[in-house]
Design a protein around this ligand. Sequence first.
Ligand code: MN
Length: 292
Amino acid sequence: MIIEPRFVKVTTRTGVEVRRNIPHAKLKTIGAWCFVDHFGPTDQTDGMVVAKHPHTGLQTVTWLLEGQAEHRDSIGTIQQILPGQVNIMTAGQGISHSELSQSGPKRLHAVQLWVALPEAHRNTNPAFEHRADLPEFDLNGSKIKLFAGDFDGFSSQTTVFSPIVGLELDMPAASTVSLPLRRDFEYGILLAKGSATVNGVLVNENELLYIEVGHEQLEIVSTEPVIAIVIGGTPFEEKIVMWWNFIGRSQKDITEAREQWNARDSRFGDFEDQIGGWIPAPELPHVTLQPR
Ligand code: MN
């Protein structure tokens, strides 16, 4: 199944658009991955200036293909991130953060992914992790950078709360690569740059191909240089309510988080940054949010 992106204007000072593949009407999660945003490539002048905003019940995974950004959060983190490095922020019961792209690199190209926390961990204390020493290795002439979970005997050593994998695959033109898959995982492959044929299906740039559980390998054939993001995991069986930047299990969870954020409750902490201000949560829809 091909998942085409929606173009979404995120609340940033520069009004840029991101391409969002999931959540999608046909696909809520891939493993515990519940959100796939793809941003750029764009000039840094149109970069990422996302003021202070909250999260609950999830981890954010930030991965750059080009550029540089600064992350700040309410547990005191100030962290620069470069391509090949990962930022994993565990929101747990509540955190707030901001993101600011940095001048220097000419362009910015990034994915931001969310991972839903399972019930046993969704109210954990907030945490932040930056890793620059991730496994990188060659496979059939392509380069793999593993940024979450385990793959083919390698471990990213990043803190996750369910069996998942996240990696970047860089392929030269006119090449073929076979990735071994776990049969108990479902997968998504996002073509962040270039188009490729994946298990016999043509996937265009910006599209995500969903692969259900039970497959043993992913065969990718490129004619042009390709950058793909591969995510996977065991199917996430819990029903969740995902609204704005919050994940909960009920309307009440969301309403509470929204009210607390807009009242600047201590649940979400506070910090200083160069952007200034904060993004208020929008009005709730008039219909009751249903777990799905
Ligand atoms: Mn965020």
